[in-house]
Design a protein around this ligand. Structure first.
Ligand SMILES: CC(C)CCNC(=O)Cn1cc(-c2ccc3c(-c4nc5ccccc5[nH]4)n[nH]c3c2)cn1
Length: 277
């Protein structure tokens, strides 16, 4: 695996440490991949060498349909190249910005896929800690998967695209900084120690944002106001949201991490089961 074996295509986006390009292997079978180029001196300057090694280590060992694959990596004197899975339908948050919000069927299927991926991660003692629309991609469903997993009529399947990826796309809806604020649970806002249940809180925030089109505690008057709303779990569910969806959101957005609905129960929740067929 090395650079000359790839034909490089258009840029797909800018990650935190570098750019991502559409790429294809020169020899048959022609694999389409997302090739991410990291600059070594940026990693050294950013003192993130250990973090990048750890993220590569983690992502290389993960195998789940809703987690973006890292097929491998190679480097030359100045750069590290990550050979990542190509998600055919691109970045989820662009679809969310375009549509404003998703209907409950699509939201339910996406939340079920996220719960499945998080259950897999937690079993491997990986806490994601950064679940938000900017880190999610939408893949292509093969016709086989379409039938097998009853995802008929769904627009592709979700892929958690990062373990350290933030896009600085110009059209991003929110300033990257406060975007990260919206998904923080009370225990992290209050600087207490946290565990895997932070992902349950984030799943609740994600579910709300899919259906409503904005995160539940967003307060454009500033960080302090958002912190306060998170700490007070100041949640207002609009009345167009179905009772089952509101029930799942409320059971996840619990101040006390121990009170949050476990992933196994999320996957059995009526709002998830009702769209499974
Ligand atoms: C920090 C590093 C060591 C961890 C490894 N993970 C990443 O680098 C995370 N990452 C994933 C990407 C990424 C970005 C975009 C895509 C795409 C993609 N498909 C598209 C289709 C249409 C329009 C845009 C698209 N982007 N597929 N796979 C991707 C992968 C960028 N950074």
């Amino acid at each position: 695996l090395s650079l000359p074996s790839f034909q490089i295509g258009r840029p797909l986006g800018k990650g935190k440490f570098g750019r991502v390009y559409l790429a294809r292997t020169k020899t048959a079978p022609h694999f389409i991949v997302a090739l991410k180029c990291l600059h070594k001196q940026e990693i050294v300057a950013g003192k993130v060498e250990k973090q990048v090694r750890r993220e590569i280590e983690i992502q290389q060992n993960l195998r789940h349909p809703n987690i973006l694959r890292l097929y491998g990596y190679f480097h030359d004197s100045k750069r590290i190249f990550l050979v990542l899975e190509f998600a055919a339908k691109g970045e989820l948050y662009k679809q969310l910005s375009k549509l404003g919000r998703f209907d409950e069927k699509r939201s339910s299927r996406y939340i079920a896929q996220m719960a499945d991926a998080l259950a897999y991660l937690h079993k491997k003692h990986v806490i994601h800690r950064d679940i938000k629309p900017e880190n999610l991609l939408i893949g292509e469903l093969s016709c086989m998967q379409e039938t097998k997993t009853n995802m008929s009529g769904l627009k592709g399947e979700l892929k958690i695209g990062d373990f350290g990826w933030s896009v600085h796309a110009p059209s991003d809806r929110r300033h990257t900084l406060c975007g990260t604020l919206d998904y923080l649970p009370p225990e992290m806002v209050e600087g207490k120690e946290h565990n895997a249940k932070v992902d349950l809180w984030a799943l609740g925030v994600l579910c709300y944002e899919f259906i409503v089109g904005a995160p539940p505690f967003e307060d454009l008057s500033g960080h302090g106001a958002t912190y306060k709303r998170i700490r007070n779990v100041d949640l207002h569910v609009p009345d167009y949201v179905s009772a089952e969806a509101a029930d799942l959101i409320t059971r996840l957005l619990q101040y006390n991490p121990e009170d949050r609905l476990p992933l196994a129960d999320v996957l059995r929740h009526p709002w998830i089961k009702k769209y499974e067929k």
